[in-house]
Design a protein around this ligand. Structure first.
Ligand SMILES: Nc1nc2c(c(=O)[nH]1)N[C@H]1C(S)=C(S)[C@@H](COP(=O)(O)O)O[C@H]1N2
Ligand SMILES: [Mo]
Length: 345
């Protein structure tokens, strides 16, 4: 299956001025499974995209999705989310798969371990340290960090380096919006993210045989972090994040392998040099810093040309071709112009 992206530049000026055609186009893009950035067209007419969308009511959408324990303010914040144009018409991966087939090694290696062992993970109160090359460093209560951010839903594909994939409706906000508020200095060339280190709560961190070092660290080049697709999630399926999905706040970078999308973040550091990231440190021949989804660059032990879209079974493996940059090439390919992607995997 090919997912074509309609670019903002494909929209004629007459379309931009006509609200009804805009709506039709939105419907078309949704039905045809294309990925759209219609928001810029509206920006040209001077009205904001979000303001005209009704808040999605939790009772009409995802009505069977449980609200797990979370702080009151966060539940209320997540409930204010609006639909966005960052969507795909592909079928959503069922909530059961999204929340019971996880990678969160701090809670164990089996796919069901995080759901089993993160149940009592304490995520309230939560704070995030902002440090390094940035004008507004500090220890931020999560509530203060989120206060200025408008909540939106984004439906993204998630492609794990292990060659399975899902389609997940996240709730959260643009990473770029937050970074602009924090004001990186001109020396900030990379952004590094760190997961909580708390072996008392995270049994995987106690294991002497661990495949990786803790705390889990990930990072992006600053221009990758500022790309409109980069997202901070605080919810999924219209509710706050379950602990196994990285509560209370995690990164989502849809054109990169899932391991870049670091969970339960407690620190964001702005730095001049490329950070040492967990998987790249642990097995540099297998996992690189960039980790862009790329069907043409095999993992040393398996092909990345195709993937199992969950739910998948032995009888119905639901295999499909993996797309360059996970289908987001139009949005991100320019970031890697002139780079040898075989070398910088
Ligand atoms: N801290 C931390 N973040 C993590 C991981 C992890 O083990 N620890 N696993 C990563 C991997 S390999 C994937 S595929 C995604 C899975 O996200 P999900 O379980 O919410 O689908 O989380 C990523 N973030
Ligand atoms: Mo992954």
């Amino acid at each position: 299956m090919l997912i074509k992206t309609k670019r903002v530049s494909d929209v004629s000026s007459s379309e931009i001025t006509s609200e009804s055609i805009y709506q039709q186009r939105r419907e078309f893009l949704k039905k045809s499974g294309q990925f759209a950035f219609a928001g810029l067209g509206l920006a040209l007419t001077g009205c904001s995209d979000a303001s005209e969308k009704a808040a999605v009511s939790a009772t009409s959408d995802y009505q069977d999705i449980p609200q797990l324990p979370a702080s009151e303010w966060l539940k209320e914040k997540v409930a204010t989310y609006k639909r966005s144009d960052f969507v795909t018409a592909e079928k959503l991966t069922p909530y059961a798969n999204v929340t019971q087939y996880n990678n969160f090694y701090e809670f164990g290696y089996e796919k069901t371990d995080p759901a089993d062992y993160a149940k009592d993970f304490v995520t309230d109160p939560w704070s995030v340290v902002i440090e390094g090359e940035v004008e507004k460093p500090g220890i931020y209560h999560l509530e203060d960090l989120l206060r200025p951010e408008a909540m939106e839903e984004r439906i993204y594909r998630l492609r794990c380096v292990e060659a399975w994939s899902m389609v997940i409706p996240w709730v959260g906000f643009s990473l770029a919006a937050m970074l602009k508020r924090l004001q990186p200095t001109s020396k900030a060339k990379f952004v590094e993210f760190t997961t909580l280190y708390d072996p008392k709560q995270m049994p995987g961190q106690k294991s002497p045989f661990s495949a990786i070092q803790y705390p889990y660290v990930e990072g992006l080049r600053i221009d990758e972090a500022m790309n409109p697709l980069s997202f901070m999630a605080v919810g999924v399926y219209g509710k706050t994040l379950p602990p196994q999905n990285g509560a209370p706040i995690r990164l989502v970078v849809p054109w990169k392998y899932g391991f870049k999308s670091i969970k339960s973040i407690v620190k964001i550091r702005f730095i001049e040099t490329m950070p040492n990231t967990t998987w790249a440190l642990s097995a540099p021949g297998e996992y690189g810093f960039y980790a862009n989804v790329n069907p043409n660059v095999s993992h040393p032990r398996w092909s990345q040309a195709s993937e199992r879209r969950l739910p998948a079974t032995l009888l119905s493996p639901n295999r499909r071709d993996t797309l360059m940059f996970n289908g987001y090439a139009d949005e991100v390919a320019h970031l890697y112009k002139g780079m040898d992607l075989q070398r910088f995997y």
